[in-house]
Design a protein around this ligand. Sequence first.
Ligand code: FNR
Length: 219
Amino acid sequence: MNAESEPKLKVLVFGASLREGSLNRKLAALAARIAEQSGALVDHASLREFDVPSYDADVESAQGIPKGAVEFRRRLVESDAFIVSSPEYNGSMPGVFKNLIDWTSRFRPQPFDGKHGLLLSASPSMVGGNRGLWALRVPLEHLGARIYPDMFSLAQAHRALAEGDIVDPVLRARFEKNVQTFLSLAEAAKHYPCIKRAWVEFLGEPADAGADRVDPVRV
Ligand code: FNR
């Protein structure tokens, strides 16, 4: 993927589920393997490392941002890109992950801004949790992340995953291609940054209003 002399692409990879036997953890691990085979440096993370209490502005004022979000921010900032495999709960993203995004979004500069992200999902259902990824796109894109257009959702994942891989060879090849094309874009963006702009929390807000929060352009 990259020439010998160039620094390796750093990718944070995790499943957005706390449970040990998580299907999404397994899919994330497959994506991590492909990334490593492609020459990237992978930071294998667990959502347990980013555990946070429910967001409470009073707690934030009194105690600051909790350790789990501090750690998530640190790992995001150190990475060029992230890959997350997220379950779908009730047609949307899991609350535990949204809560972590909310806490982490309180840092300035905005740690998600400009990060390239790939969204994956696995579910026992027939649509593989894909609706949850469309919901997850909204806060991440709002925060300035560059979410890759192609998302991979593994249907009937309890059967589709076996012996450490995706059983169906056609699906397996599609998955590999999806991860590799995402990494190619993240790699290109790392070496040839072409979008330079400020992150504006509320785009239409009058420039001198109290709610006008802008992070300066980062190159
Ligand atoms: C689910 N599950 C689920 N699945 C799905 O495809 N669409 C859905 O809307 C939901 N809703 C939902 C709500 C709640 C509260 C739970 C606990 C579960 C099933 C879910 O996809 C399944 O439990 C996965 O195995 C969870 O992901 P992990 O933990 O295996 O990664």
